[in-house]
Ligand binder design. Structure first.
Ligand code: UDP
Length: 482
């Protein structure tokens, strides 16, 4: 990548969660490759998890550093060591975690002063509103970074401004998103808590985020014009701010080692993983992963295991360590599932090298919970997706994949409704059928796979020579002219 002549020092302030830290650290690489200096705020445990980036920076002569501050676990009433959303013992603690994340202004100010670091621009997570004050004090511009799609941003903006929720009485009543290019319906239950404004506290929080976004000098979004042109254009019109789409940021990872260790040390050896992938026919295998936070109950995992077995396809199944309960492990052993799969199934208990797996030619389908990072990684790899959204903004991403981009299928139509109810099961047979549909040899399936491949090629070009490459240049120039 070309480097610009002028020099900036970016201070990156991410929320301490894998789906935020990963694109933030990818963005650090992108900016550093353009000749800029990047300092990232970390906590000790997160810095240790992301240490591979520092090694990468040293080896590639890039100016990236971490500065670490202690996360106020005790003060926030969180167990010691809960420095990342994925280490909370219960999702109920996430409100406390978010609150604690918004008490870091003073410690960051002190840290910058003690270390004599003088950034020239802050890039802040959209939910860390205190960075507005910090930027004012330091008299430097502040940019908000969105880790969701423009489709999500535009849909939530339009639902909000058209006050659609006011006339909706039940969680299961479908309503249309106004003034978007496609016909998209949601129910309230499918929307994230922050978007459905379920309480006054949520409402206040959302208003604060909006305010902090509007006072920023601009917005960076991890997406690209090549993937969702009409939604990028639509959001640019309503955002009342500069919007620079600079993704897919995961594509900054070009070497096998940077694709392998991203966000955590994987629970599988690189050689073993590649050997298994290399032994499979092109586009034959399914990769299954539900991201860094989602938790499937043991009975759902059992149905999933049986559904995957019944699909008769080669598969890599990633199960979060936290989901590997005694009950589920006992079932796995008793049923001898791994033996029954007889070499065609690789089960990873813990962190998978997702980028390395998805970009391998053996992968022909991605069964995903539709977190935005996973969605983008699937799109960029040209892999058709089997969508199984569970919470947060995952329903937006599933609708984008299936109804707008037409590069994926729903695991089952019922699942879209069922999985909103705690404890509702998606059955083995539905899972098998969902996978079968994705690999369908008929005209629909062939067309879907073709579209997925073409979209992947466009997405990969975005960062090399397309819209995102240009937008990074425009963004840096804008800050330099500040
Ligand atoms: N990820 C990974 N290995 C895993 C689980 C997740 O590399 O075993 C990465 C994945 O590639 C993505 C991120 O973690 O970059 C998860 O973010 P996403 O937005 O998809 O979902 P979330 O974790 O927020 O549910």
């Amino acid at each position: 990548m070309a480097s610009t002549n002028h020099h900036l020092h970016f201070l990156l302030v991410p929320l301490m969660s894998q789906s935020h830290l990963i694109p933030f650290t990818d963005m650090a690489k992108l900016l550093a490759h353009r000749g800029q200096t990047v300092t990232i705020i970390m906590t000790p445990l997160n810095a240790a998890r992301f240490n591979a980036i520092i090694d990468y920076a040293i080896n590639s002569n890039l100016k990236i550093q971490f500065i670490t501050l202690n996360f106020p676990c005790q003060e926030a009433g969180l167990p010691e060591g809960c420095e990342n959303l994925d280490s909370l013992p219960s999702p109920d603690l996430s409100v406390k975690f978010l609150k604690a994340s918004n008490t870091l202004q003073k410690p960051v100010e002190n840290l910058l002063r003690d270390l004599q670091i003088t950034p020239t621009c802050i890039i802040s997570d959209f939910c860390l509103t205190w960075t507005t004050d910090l930027a004012l004090k330091l008299r430097i511009p502040r940019i908000v970074f969105h880790t969701v799609s423009c489709f999500t941003l535009l849909c939530s903006h339009n639902l909000e401004t058209h006050k659609v929720y006011e006339s909706i009485t039940s969680d299961s009543q479908p309503f249309l998103v106004p003034e978007i290019p496609d016909r998209i319906e949601f129910t309230k239950a499918q929307l994230p808590a922050w978007a459905r404004r379920s309480s006054n506290e949520q409402q206040d929080l959302f208003d604060k985020y909006k305010e902090a976004e509007q006072s920023a000098q601009g917005l960076l979004v991890n997406t690209c014009e090549e993937i969702e042109p009409s939604y990028v254009e639509g959001y640019q019109k309503v955002a009342m701010n500069n919007v620079w789409c600079i993704g897919p940021l995961s594509l900054c990872n070009k070497t096998a080692s940077s694709k392998f260790e991203r966000g955590n040390k994987p629970a599988i050896d690189e050689h073993r993983c590649l050997k298994w992938l290399d032994s499979m026919k092109p586009r034959s295998a399914i990769y299954v992963c539900f991201g860094s936070l989602s938790h499937l109950l043991p009975n759902q995992l059992i149905e999933l295991g049986l559904g995957l077995e019944a699909s008769n396809r080669p598969l890599i199944w990633t199960i979060r360590k936290e989901s590997c309960s005694k009950e589920f492990e006992k079932w796995l052993i008793e049923q001898k599932l791994e033996e029954r799969l007889n070499g065609r199934g690789l089960i990873i208990r813990g962190w998978a090298p997702q980028m390395l797996i998805l970009s391998h030619p053996a992968i022909g389908g991605f069964l995903t919970h539709c977190g935005w990072n996973s969605t983008l990684e699937g799109i960029s790899s040209g892999v058709p997706m089997i969508t199984w959204p569970l919470s947060a903004e995952q329903f937006y991403n599933a609708k984008l994949i299936v109804q707008v981009l037409k590069t994926g299928v729903y695991i089952t139509d019922e699942a879209l409704v069922q999985c909103q109810k705690v404890g509702a099961l998606v059955k083995k047979e539905d899972i098998r059928k969902g996978i079968e549909k994705s690999f369908d040899e008929g005209e629909d399936g062939v067309e879907r796979r073709k579209r997925a491949q073409e979209l992947g090629e466009r997405a990969r070009r975005a960062l090399e020579e397309g819209g995102s490459y240009l937008n990074v240049t425009l963004f840096i120039s804008n800050i330099l002219c500040n």
